[in-house]
Design a binder for this molecule. Structure first.
Ligand code: FE2
Length: 114
């Protein structure tokens, strides 16, 4: 799917429940990558550590293996556009989003149009 990000907008850290490939089309998008440091035994709790970042601009490609956690942010003053390819439909993989400050893990469902 093609996704556009409004200026100064993006996603919280999340996984996909499958692999993903993101290709930049127009405008830079900052990807930050995270690993969980908790033992995953407390339902709804997650502690994340940032382990890297990559700015995905036009013609750049980011490969995200299953289990990888990332956030995406448009730091620019204009709309950005990127192409996202997933191994499975991401609203049916049981994927999660994470709140770094509250240390929470919650289901992540995206409303899709079309
Ligand atoms: Fe993502």
């Amino acid at each position: 799917m093609a996704l556009s990000w409004l200026p100064k907008r993006g996603t919280p850290p999340h996984d996909h429940g499958t692999w993903a490939v993101v290709a930049g089309i127009d405008g830079p998008e900052r990807n930050e990558f995270y690993e969980r440091t908790d033992d995953r035994t407390r339902l709804g709790y997650a502690d994340l550590k940032k382990v890297g970042e990559k700015v995905c601009d036009a013609s750049d490609v980011v490969a995200l293996p299953q289990g990888m956690i990332h956030s995406v942010w448009n730091e620019t003053d204009r709309v950005t556009l990127s192409l996202h390819i997933y191994g499975k439909h991401i609203n049916h993989t049981g994927r999660s989003q994470f709140d770094l400050d509250k240390q929470t893990e919650t289901p992540f469902i995206v409303k899709m149009q079309g």
